[in-house]
Every structure is written in C-alpha cells, then in structure tokens.
Design a protein around this ligand. Structure first.
Ligand code: SF4
Length: 486
C-alpha cells in the first residue's frame, strides 16, 4: 500500500477459557493491522461484565494489571479504526450496557448504511446515545424492553440493520457471532481445547495454536453457550458481496478468508498482472509488506527474478514529527529504505497492491530512482480506485483519489515512471475462487451492492450532533449493481 488506508476493525472472542482476557489480548495483537486507534476487551464471569478500553495500540492499552482485573471465561475484544465517528475514547469498542434483561457488550466490524435513520427512530422514542458511532444503534435495538426473550430481540435487530456488520455479542453466559448476509467482512470460528474462539482472521487463531473450524457464513448467527454451538439463519437468502479489497490489501497474507488463502490470491493477482502488463526488466521488487505476494506472482509468471529491493523498518511506530518537506522525506525513508545493491543500474518492476492518493507512492519511487534504478515499471495488483467505500473502509474523498482526477498517462507522469500498469477488474475477479457476482468491487467499478444515502460518511453522526440538517438515510437512491456515478 503506497498510501495509508485505514482498515475498519478487528474482532476476537473467547468462550470458556480460564485465561479469556489474555487470549483476547493476544488475538487482538495479531489483528492490530485492522485498527490502530483504540482497543478494548469486555469479559464475563457469567454474572458480571467487566470492561477496559483505551486509545492507541493493543500493547499500549493493556497491562498485566488490567488484564488480570478482566475476570471470567468469556471475552470479546476489538481493535478500531474509525469508519463512522471520530477517533475518541467514547467511541472505542466494545460498547457495553446494563439493561432490564442484564448486561450486554458488542464489537462491530463494518459500517451500517442506515445508522442515522435507525438513530433518528430510536431517539424519537426516547433513547439517549453516548457515542457518535453507528454501532451504538445495535446496542439500543438489542436492549429494547418490548422483547421478552433475547433471541427475539436479536433476530429483529439484525433484520433492521443494513450494510456491513461482522459482530461479536457478549452476554453473561454466551458469546454470539454474526456476519451480515452480504458477508462483506470476514469472521471465523476456532477451537482451542475446550474453548471456542471467534476471530476476524485466521492469523489470530494461528498465533494461539488454535484449530480453524470454519468461517461464519454470510447471514449466519452462531450462538455459543453451555449447550454448544448453534447456528441461526435469520436473513432472507442473498448473493454475497465479499469485500475484494480484503484480499488485495487488508487481510494478512497468512490468513484464510472467503474460502481461500490471501497469499495465494495475491500471488495469482501478480501472475495476472504480469500477463496483462508485461515488462522488459531485470528485477521485480515489492513495496513491502502488502505487495510481497503479488510481486512474487509477477516474478513467477514473467520469469524475471524477484529481489528484495526495499526494506521495511518494523520498529518505527508513530513518528511525532511536524510535517514539512524535509521531515516528510524522512518519514518515507525511515519506514521504507531501498536496497541499492539490488537496484543500481537495473530495469526494475515495482509491484504495489494499490495507489490511493499517489503522494507516498511517488516518494518511494523517487527513493528507488535515487538508489540507481535505470528504469522503473510500476505495476499495481488492483484496478484504479475511483470511488469511496460505504461498507467499512475509510478511503479518502473522491477529490483525493488520484485515479479519480488523473488519466493513466497523467498518473504515470506524476509518478515519474517509465511505464504504469493496473490490473483490470476482470483480472482481479479471475484470481478469486467464488463466482464473480459474490464480491464487492464498488471502489473500482462504482457498482455498489447495497443502496445507501449519498450523504453517508464517517462523520455523519457528528454532523447530526452539531445540528446540521441531514436528509433521511433510509435506503437511498443507489440500488444493487447500479453505477453510483451514473
Ligand atoms: S467498496 Fe471496495 S473496500 Fe468497500 S467493501 Fe467494496 S470492495 Fe471493499
């Protein structure tokens, strides 16, 4: 990834383990790439729910002491990047409430496209909200006192939600996992001894030595309690819309999502890219880490040797430096430094997974040129990103997306490369296993699988707080498969 795009969130849940909070901490640790702004864990000892949340990375938020204070054999955890609502402690998850039937906590990955509509309805009936995030409406709907039984409230709540939602729900004595009927975001089930685990990605299970049982199916609700694992299918049948960008960039290459290995998909993307945009070159290098698998695929298909042309410093963390030109250059170099011995005098194919704004990419290519590369052939293992995402990924605005405002030739000129090739949408879809119709490609194609209000964005609920007028956000004018730009 040449520009920083933020993932939505990572989820991890544990049922029936004496070290539930520590397991969840480790699970969140391996899902850190899905959200770096805040982290939180709620545990249950079957009577009481206990919560600890904080701003920052998982390792900054938790200490031995607060993990010890999180008692019980059940837990859910969340790492967050804000896709609705600002990065504030009050918006950190899991969210927890005590209500007439007991206590409940939720952790949400995705974005509800009808959150404002639901919130307006709830507020009209007296609900008082404490956050500016879409996920809080779920908690209010679940806690509605009109339902005698929790499962009744759960099913009715889920049927009201529209958009992307992989959810973990914790009650005193049970853990529930939910995946929306489109299956936008991944969620899987694992086993560790007597414990059952739920995780956004399988890499979190691997770290704990847990067995991967299966993925939660799109539209499935798994209820895990003393009776075992029970599966509910409350939604009408629907064609899935897995987020293809999870395969391109977000998920870790060692994860297995949407029925296949992320690394293998990325390698196939690289092979297809080599077929669509061959290059006369001496070496293939990747922008690490997310470009690695695709660069390897490009090399295997083209026969051009793969080289480590750039090293990534994994110890950088956040650099609190005022952004002026000199420090911006430093920030690029401190994170990624070119390997001169691999690049000097060579014709180089540089493979990256995507280009968003183009500015960071340009800086990295400049450093490759400065290291002595004779020619640079830029290859991108996905199509140009031209549209925003309303299902849980925080892309910049259209105006900031370089592919929105520049032609291919203009981007090549801007990046100062000898050639530029993006993978086609057909090529992208040829690399994944399921039927083409089972993936969302809206950020490339503009074909949105679910209708949404055009004014939707991550600050929509804050604008409401600020008293700005807003049109209703019940399912809007864009329908499934319709081009938003039409
Ligand atoms: S618009 Fe793009 S990022 Fe968003 S869900 Fe669809 S494929 Fe994923």
């Amino acid at each position: 990834m040449s520009d920083e795009i933020k993932e939505s969130c990572g989820l991890f849940g544990v049922y029936n383990h004496p070290e539930a909070s520590r397991l969840t901490y480790l699970g969140l640790f391996s899902l850190q790439h899905r959200g770096e702004e805040s982290a939180g864990i709620v545990t249950s000892d079957t009577h009481t729910l206990t919560k600890h949340i904080g701003m920052g990375l998982v390792e900054d938020v938790f200490s031995q002491e607060n993990l010890t204070s999180l008692k019980g054999r059940l837990a859910i955890g969340h790492t967050r990047y804000s896709t609705t609502g600002s990065s504030l402690l009050k918006n950190a998850q899991p969210l927890q409430v005590d209500y007439s039937r007991g206590s409940i906590a939720i952790a949400h990955n995705g974005n509800l496209i009808n959150a404002l509509f639901l919130r307006d309805e709830l507020e009209a009936h007296g609900s008082i909200f404490q956050t500016t995030i879409d996920s809080e409406v779920i908690l209010h709907l679940l806690a509605d006192p009109q339902y005698a039984h929790f499962e009744e409230a759960l099913v009715d709540t889920l049927l009201k939600l529209k958009g992307a939602f992989s959810l973990l729900i914790l009650r005193e004595d049970e853990l529930i996992g939910v995946r929306d009927p489109n299956g936008f975001r991944p969620l899987c089930i694992g086993r560790l001894g007597e414990a059952t685990l739920l995780a956004s990605e399988t890499c979190a299970l691997d770290l704990l030595g847990a067995e991967f049982l299966r993925e939660v199916e799109p539209g499935e609700v798994v209820v895990i309690n003393a009776s075992g694992i029970r599966s509910l299918k409350p939604f009408p049948p629907q064609t899935p819309s897995h987020c293809i960008f999870e395969h391109v960039y977000f998920a870790r290459p060692d994860s297995f999502i949407f029925g296949e290995s992320v690394h293998q998909v990325r390698q196939r993307l690289g092979r297809q890219l080599a077929r669509e945009h061959p290059a006369d070159a001496d070496v293939v290098i990747a922008i690490p880490d997310s470009g690695n698998s695709a660069a390897l695929g490009f090399s295997l298909e083209s026969g051009i040797p793969f080289e480590i042309g750039m090293t990534r410093n994994h110890y950088v963390g956040r650099t609190f430096i005022q952004p002026n030109q000199q420090t911006r250059d430093f920030q690029v170099r401190v994170k990624f430094n070119p390997v001169k011995a691999a690049l000097f005098g060579k014709r180089v194919v540089v493979v990256d997974d995507s280009i968003v704004r183009g500015t960071t990419c340009k800086a990295r290519l400049k450093s490759i040129r400065a290291a002595g590369a004779k020619e640079i052939h830029m290859r991108v293992s996905c199509p140009p990103i031209k549209n925003p995402c309303f299902y849980g990924i925080d892309f910049p605005t259209r105006q900031e997306l370089i592919a929105c405002s520049h032609s291919l030739e203009q981007i090549q000129e801007f990046l100062e490369v000898d050639s530029l090739g993006y993978l086609s949408i057909e090529g992208l879809l040829s690399a994944v296993k399921e039927d083409k119709s089972h993936y969302c490609t809206a950020c490339y194609s503009g074909k949105y699988p679910l209708p949404f209000g055009r004014e939707a964005d991550k600050y929509i609920l804050e604008r409401k707080f600020a008293g700005e007028a807003h049109p209703p956000t019940a399912p809007g004018p864009v329908s499934r498969g319709q081009d938003m730009e039409a």
